[in-house]
Write a protein that binds this ligand. Structure first.
Ligand code: ZN
Length: 138
């Protein structure tokens, strides 16, 4: 598989507005977009840090994956997203090497990216997201 860069780092937060304020006031970053991703039951906020982004994730559902994550481990880094050239073939290769996938097929994530998660049990405890930008959106 060909990874081009770290697309973003996903951080689970309890309160999106407070977390946005923190990143803006302490680090001088500017939140450029807030988006609800129904499929993942989250509200996300994005910041650009060079070629990489910070994605803050707040649950919209007490039973959602981010809610469960925070219950278990508290707020903090939730996943690292690698930008890949061809997500379908990257998933096939990964599965072929015995890595457990959360998503066998790519689905739509925030910012219109095609995304898929690998299971942290198979990746040394780090949730890895693969993503591909299929069409240019500027
Ligand atoms: Zn993500």
């Amino acid at each position: 598989m060909e990874i081009t860069h770290i697309e973003h780092i996903g951080i689970a937060v309890k309160n999106l507005e407070e977390a946005i304020k923190f990143y803006e006031e302490i680090f001088g970053l500017k939140c450029y977009g807030i988006e609800e991703v129904r499929d993942q039951r989250v509200r996300t906020a994005f910041f650009k840090v060079g070629h990489t982004k910070i994605e803050l994730l707040e649950t919209t559902d007490t039973d959602g994956p981010i809610s469960k994550f925070i219950d278990k481990r508290g707020e903090g880094v939730h996943h690292i997203a690698f930008a890949v050239k061809d997500i379908e073939s990257a998933l096939k290769q990964t599965e072929g090497k015995g890595i457990q996938l959360i998503d066998k097929q790519a689905r739509k994530g925030a910012e219109g990216l095609d995304i898929a998660f690998l299971h942290p049990k198979s990746t040394s405890g780090v949730m890895i997201e693969l993503c591909e930008k299929k069409e240019e959106t500027k």
